[in-house]
Design a protein around this ligand. Structure first.
Ligand SMILES: [Zn+2]
Ligand SMILES: [Zn+2]
Length: 119
């Protein structure tokens, strides 16, 4: 079965505050704050089944030193510097995965097995 290419749907507003919408059902599933990270690759599976992907440009992100980060009320905050990196509304998604490099250099990673299994 053909799978649609990664969908990117983000609106960047003032102060680099961007809301992430599902392109299929229009639901707002979260937001990112772009000034507080160097790199962000965020994949969310919307309740409607659509895969919503947001990825910033970054030269060869290093995947060797990643650490788990807990989403508290859907908010990912850096454990070292305390900055809020992004927010995901868990009520509106089935699953999510990401790789983020904070402005302070600390990296976090949660893999999303479902995505790599889909071909
Ligand atoms: Zn959706
Ligand atoms: Zn940090």
């Amino acid at each position: 079965m053909h799978r649609e290419a990664y969908k990117r749907n983000i609106r960047m507003g003032r102060q680099n505050y961007g809301q992430i919408f599902c392109t299929q059902c229009g639901e707002r599933i979260g937001h990112v704050i772009s000034k507080d990270y160097k790199y962000l690759y965020l994949v969310s599976i919307c309740k409607c089944g659509c895969e919503v992907v947001y990825q910033t440009k970054y030269e060869n992100p290093d995947n060797t030193q990643n650490y788990f980060i807990e989403l508290k009320n859907g908010i990912a905050s850096c454990r070292r510097c305390g900055k809020e990196l992004f927010y995901i509304d868990k009520r509106k998604i089935i699953n999510c995965g990401f790789h983020v490099i904070c402005d302070c250099g600390k990296q976090y990673n949660i893999s999303l097995p479902k995505v790599s299994d889909l071909k």
